[in-house]
Design a protein around this ligand. Structure first.
Ligand SMILES: [Zn+2]
Length: 316
């Protein structure tokens, strides 16, 4: 393999590079938010639990509705100000999952989950970051309706960016759960694993939630040791990706292996093994002789492996 392996233009990483200006300073300004909502080109993303409501189009579906259209779909569970695009307000409106399910019978709508929308490219890619933003914060509201301090019902305030408990006066903010996702590298080989949840041909990077009081480097060391029995040394940060299933943030890393003998934790992984660069290249190009595959470009794992195959990873 050439030292200058180049797979051509890099595909977009899903849910990243948002064009929205979040304008957090407006969140406490109800008059400004109302004016944004009343704007002639204001747009609303409608989400019912795990389901995204879109308008069917010839090539792509359109996930933006007017506020009036969104209100007609069902009672709003919450409304969140996502930000604005060149002055045009963007909002996320939550409706009950059952109301979204019922919309599946309509011929003019496509109602499906965000993963399918992203992987199959059902909407213009510029809608993926605000859809991720809307889904993550609306799902947080669904799961945090009661104060975690005193148990009383809490209220959404600040255009959906805070919950306030009227009983004990505690403020609650939307949470993001950091996850390390890492490619362990041993020279010209890398370590990939298979979750029992994966499609039968799929292999990917190891990953795991960062625990309280843990740096992401320490989490890479711990997860790799726990899942595959491999000790790793230096960790290099690559890039990150919001993963709104429901509220994760994937922190992509490469790490160097200091040991070689794999011991798979079968409660976490179905299998793990070393892969050559040639094998990874074939999986990325979808022409592996045994039909093995990698996550698609919408997922950060694809980019983490690709950057290593393209010889972009150096530990010194
Ligand atoms: Zn409380």
């Amino acid at each position: 393999m050439s030292a200058r392996t180049n797979l051509g233009p890099k595909p977009l990483l899903g849910y990243t590079d948002s064009r929205l200006e979040r304008a957090a300073e407006l969140r406490t300004n109800a008059a400004a938010i109302d004016a944004m909502a009343a704007g002639p080109r204001a747009g609303v993303y409608v989400i019912g639990g795990d389901l995204i409501v879109t308008q069917k189009g010839a090539a792509l579906s359109d996930p933006l509705f007017t506020l009036a259209q969104a209100r007609a779909f069902g009672p709003a569970t919450e409304t969140v100000f996502l930000g604005h695009l060149d002055g045009d307000g963007r909002f996320g409106v939550g409706i009950p999952q059952g109301a979204a399910e019922a919309l599946k019978t309509r011929d003019d709508l496509l109602v499906t989950d965000l993963r399918s929308i992203a992987v199959q490219g059902l909407v213009d890619a510029r809608h993926l970051p605000p859809l991720a933003e809307a889904k993550a914060v609306l799902q947080w509201h669904l799961r945090h309706r009661f104060c975690s301090n005193c148990g009383a019902p809490s209220n959404a305030v600040d255009a959906g960016w805070k919950r306030f408990c009227p009983s004990c006066k505690t403020e609650h903010f939307p949470r993001t759960d950091p996850v390390v996702i890492m490619l362990i590298v041993d020279g010209e080989r890398c370590l990939l694993g298979r979750s029992p949840r994966f499609a039968p041909t799929m292999w990917s990077c190891l990953a795991g939630f960062i625990e309280p009081g843990e740096s992401f480097e320490d989490a890479v060391h711990r997860e790799t040791r726990e899942e595959a029995g491999i000790v790793c040394g230096r960790v290099k940060y690559y890039r990150s990706q919001p993963w709104p299933f429901p509220t994760s943030l994937m922190i992509g890393c490469h790490a160097e292996a200091l040991s070689r003998d794999i011991v798979v934790d079968r409660t976490e992984l179905e299998d793990a093994r070393w892969f050559s660069k040639d094998e990874c290249l074939a999986m990325l190009m979808r022409n592996h002789p045994d039909g093995l595959t990698m996550p698609p470009p919408v997922a950060i794992a694809h980019h983490i492996v690709r950057s290593w195959v393209e010889n972009e990873v150096h530990f010194d």
